[in-house]
Design a protein around this ligand. Structure first.
Ligand SMILES: [Fe+2]
Ligand SMILES: [Fe+2]
Length: 287
């Protein structure tokens, strides 16, 4: 299947994918702006009855053990944080896409969503620890969407995983994304970027999706957040939140220290924080 597909054929499959709900689209747009007002998010949540009831269900779940029931959007959002609002909005909007099995990557159902959440949490933790770095909520949202292209490319990579791995190991290809490109003429970052354009995602999110494997190639105004997601992505793999076939075939761009100066000690703390937060987030989202 892989060798018969041209990039144009792969791009044309985007038309069959669902669009984001209006509320998810607006929430992503707001959270991608560094200077947004949290009240803007609350206004959007209030217009979406399904999202509102999901949010209230989560905040009142056993995972948070609150004594008094929360019954307003304001209190739910301020208690759960914007990251939970964005995660639930995406899950409500395109959850079936994000949680599906990705056979082309040998990833089980739910693996990509766990990897996305792990990357989002790690990216946010990085942003929280670096003084003057990008906004932690922006970093979270960018981490959540960075690998969206895999949901498209998976169908074209069936039975190709060992071939791609061998090419990276034999140094025929630089990394897994390069091997995807050499096989199909397009890789998951490029098709993800095309999907982000179709969904009209903000420029910052498009840059994170397009450049997260090679952050130095991102436009300068987005380079810091793209380096943050690049490192967050690798830390998610280190925490065991991978997507299957490609996880050991990914290079760290060591120039990240120029943008996000972290010590080995910081990285250890981030890994602990990711594992803690991941458990909490998964438990509350299962409610
Ligand atoms: Fe990726
Ligand atoms: Fe990733």
């Amino acid at each position: 299947m892989a060798t018969e597909s041209r990039p144009e054929d792969i791009i044309s499959t985007l038309e069959r994918l669902p669009m984001l709900t209006q509320s998810a689209s607006r929430l992503l747009e707001i959270s991608a702006r560094a200077d947004h007002d949290p009240r803007e998010m609350m206004d959007i949540v209030r217009t979406d009855a399904v999202l509102t009831s999901r949010l209230l269900k989560v905040v009142n779940s056993a995972a948070y053990g609150l004594v008094h029931e929360v019954d307003t959007v304001e209190r739910a959002v301020s208690f759960l944080g914007e990251r939970m609002v964005v995660s639930l909005a995406l899950e409500n909007s395109i959850g079936s896409l994000l949680q599906q099995e990705l056979p082309g990557y040998e990833a089980r159902a739910g693996d990509l969503w766990r990897h996305d959440l792990g990357t989002a949490i790690a990216s946010r933790e990085i942003a929280l620890r670096v003084r003057g770095a990008c906004n932690p909520d922006q970093a979270f949202t960018a981490g959540l969407l960075h690998d969206i292209g895999k949901v498209v490319l998976s169908a074209f990579l069936l039975h190709s995983a060992s071939e791609l791995q061998e090419k990276v190991l034999g140094r025929e290809d630089e990394d897994y994304a390069a091997a995807e490109r050499n096989l199909l003429g397009i890789n998951h970052t490029e098709i993800g970027h095309a999907l982000a354009e179709r969904w009209k995602l903000p420029e910052m999110l498009r840059a994170a999706i397009r450049h997260h494997h090679h952050p130095a190639s991102a436009p300068e105004e987005h380079r810091e957040i793209v380096y943050t997601v690049h490192l967050g992505d690798i830390l998610a793999y280190m925490c065991g939140k991978g997507t299957g076939a490609d996880q050991l075939f990914y290079h760290l761009d060591a120039r990240y220290v120029e943008w996000i100066p972290l010590t080995a000690d910081d990285i250890q703390r981030i890994i602990i924080a990711v594992n803690d937060e991941m458990g909490r987030l998964e438990e509350s989202m299962q409610s």
